[in-house]
Write a new protein. Structure first.
Length: 229
């Protein structure tokens, strides 16, 4: 990782750590550099106007001053293409359309030179995806999850049987490349997994969910993790 990219990532990590801060040793381990290098990076951030605080002694570390904001961060061409590749490779992911719109907003404010380099590099990254489920279905599922409302779906099972279910959405989960809506099925009175590609229709009702939580699914496999962690 180039130093400029490391400084950007370092400031973001400090921002996410909040009031707890991070020790120099942890930061060095995170970026695979020496503690001395991290301290030089922290000094560089402070010199550039990033409000870094430090607390010496056991339990001490580094963080950002409360209420502070970071100066605007410019993406490198590779970072911009990484975002493009991620959203392009997963058109069936939850909120994919919103992710694409967000990335486009970021690209629109890049300086012309960086954008030109990003566009040239993006031409060297291709994706070839199957057609995702209909936009109407995905939009309804996303709205139901966001608003925590019961969603009524018409579902085609693996055995070819069609049923109508009222589902309280709990989470979206990807397993072996397939996205699923996981929620409390009011018909079966149990948690059920519904492959999104098999949901033929979806309608958000006015009925609020009753509070079923992700803990009811049990422990996730060791390879699973939230998208923001």
């Amino acid at each position: 990782m180039k130093r400029t990219e490391r400084l950007h990532a370092l400031s973001e990590l400090l921002r996410r750590s909040g009031r707890r801060g991070c020790s120099a040793e942890r930061l060095a381990s995170e970026f695979g550099v020496s503690v001395r290098t991290i301290k030089r990076d922290l000094a560089a951030l402070d010199d550039s106007g990033v409000p870094v605080w430090s607390k010496p002694g056991p339990g001490g570390g580094y963080g950002l001053a409360p209420g502070s904001t970071l100066p605007p961060i410019t993406l490198t061409p590779a970072q911009a293409v990484a975002l493009l590749a991620a959203v392009s490779a997963a058109p069936d992911a939850p909120y994919a359309d919103l992710a694409t719109a967000g990335v486009r907003k970021i690209l629109d404010v890049l300086d012309p030179r960086t954008r030109a380099r990003a566009e040239e590099l993006a031409g060297r990254v291709w994706v070839n995806n199957p057609t995702p489920s209909t936009r109407a279905v995905r939009s309804a599922l996303e709205q139901a999850m966001t608003d925590q409302r019961v969603v009524r779906i018409r579902y085609l099972s693996g055995a070819g049987e069609t049923s109508t279910r009222d589902v309280e959405p709990v989470t979206f989960a990807q397993v072996h490349g397939n996205w699923h809506l996981v929620g409390w099925c009011r018909l079966r009175e149990a948690m059920r997994w519904f492959r999104v590609a098999r949901i033929e229709a979806a309608h958000v009702t006015a009925t609020p969910c009753t509070g079923h939580g992700i803990e009811e699914l049990g422990a996730p496999p060791p390879t699973a993790r939230p998208v923001f962690s």
